[in-house]
Design a protein around this ligand. Structure first.
Ligand code: 0O2
Length: 213
C-alpha cells in the first residue's frame, strides 16, 4: 500500500516537472471528439441513422498510468512514457450493430488526419475474461499555429451489448482489485459474454433481413 502511494507520488512529481505533459493528449481528444460528432451529424442528416450510439473520451488516470509504468517497467522519462504508453488519450465509441464497428474502422483507415498504428480485435479474439471490443491504436493530427503534431490515442469500438458487459464486469471486478474474481464467477462472465454476443448476432441478422425487404 505504502509502496503504491510512493509510486504515485513519484510519478505525480515527475508529471508536475514536465509542464503541459497532458496538453497534446487533451488536444487529440478534442480533435477526435469533434471528428466523430461531425460524422454522427452527417450520417443522421444524410441517412436518418448514425452508426454512433454514443461516444466518450477519457484521459488515463494517474493510478492507471502508474500501473502501466510499473507493469511494463518503463523508465520514468517523458520520452519513454510518450513512446511506450499509447492509450493516455482514449475514445470509446458505442454502436448498435457489429457491422457499424467495422464500418467506422474502415472510415478511420481512410482519413488523412488519422494514422492507424495497431489493431487489436477482441471481437474476433475475445480476451480470456470474455471481453469483446475493437481497439485501434492511432495517431491523430493536431494542427498548432506553427507545428503539426501526431498524437497517439486508443479508440475502443464496441456494440451496446459489449459495452453493457464490459461496464458491468468492471463493476463486479472492482471489489476484487488486486485479487482475482472467484473461478465460478469468471466462468459465468464468459458465458454471459457469449450470450450477449448471440444477441448482437441476432440483431444484425434481423437488420440485414429488414434491409433486404
Ligand atoms: P484505463 O486507463 O483504466 O482505461 P497494451 O497497451 O497493448 O500494452 P493493455 O493496456 O493491457 O496493453 O491493452 P488492452 O488489454 O488491449 O486494453 C486495455 C483496456 O481495455 C482497459 O483499460 C479496458 O478499458 C479494456 N479491457 C481490457 N480487458 C478488459 C476486461 O477483461 N474487462 C473490461 N471490462 N475491460 C477490459 P485499462 O487498462 O483498464 O486502462
Amino acid at each position: 500500500m505504502h509502496q503504491e502511494t510512493d509510486s504515485i507520488n513519484v510519478v505525480q512529481a515527475a508529471l508536475k516537472n514536465w509542464k503541459g505533459f497532458f496538453i497534446p493528449y487533451q488536444m487529440a481528444l478534442d480533435e477526435l471528439e469533434s471528428d466523430f460528432k461531425i460524422i454522427d451529424l452527417e450520417w443522421k442528416t444524410a441517412h436518418g441513422y448514425s452508426p454512433i450510439e454514443h461516444l466518450k473520451t477519457r484521459m488515463k488516470t494517474i493510478f492507471s498510468l502508474v500501473d502501466k509504468i510499473e507493469n511494463k517497467n518503463i523508465p520514468l522519462t517523458q520520452e519513454a512514457i510518450q513512446q511506450e504508453i499509447r492509450d493516455i488519450a482514449g475514445v470509446r465509441i458505442v454502436t448498435s450493430f457489429i457491422d457499424d464497428v467495422y464500418m467506422l474502422k474502415e472510415h478511420i483507415e481512410q482519413r488523412e488526419d488519422i494514422r492507424m498504428i495497431r489493431v487489436k480485435d477482441y471481437i474476433k479474439d475475445p480476451k480470456k475474461s470474455g471481453y469483446k471490443s475493437l481497439h485501434l491504436i492511432v495517431e491523430t493530427q493536431v494542427i498548432l499555429s506553427n507545428e503539426v503534431l501526431w498524437v497517439p490515442a486508443e479508440i475502443q469500438l464496441r456494440t451496446s451489448a459489449m459495452d453493457f458487459w464490459a461496464s458491468t464486469e468492471h463493476k463486479l471486478n472492482y471489489k476484487y482489485q488486486g485479487a482475482s474474481i472467484p473461478e465460478e464467477a469468471q466462468k459465468q462472465l464468459v458465458e454471459l459474454s457469449r450470450a450477449s454476443f448471440l444477441l448482437d448476432k441476432e440483431m444484425s441478422k434481423l437488420r440485414n433481413q429488414l434491409l433486404k425487404d
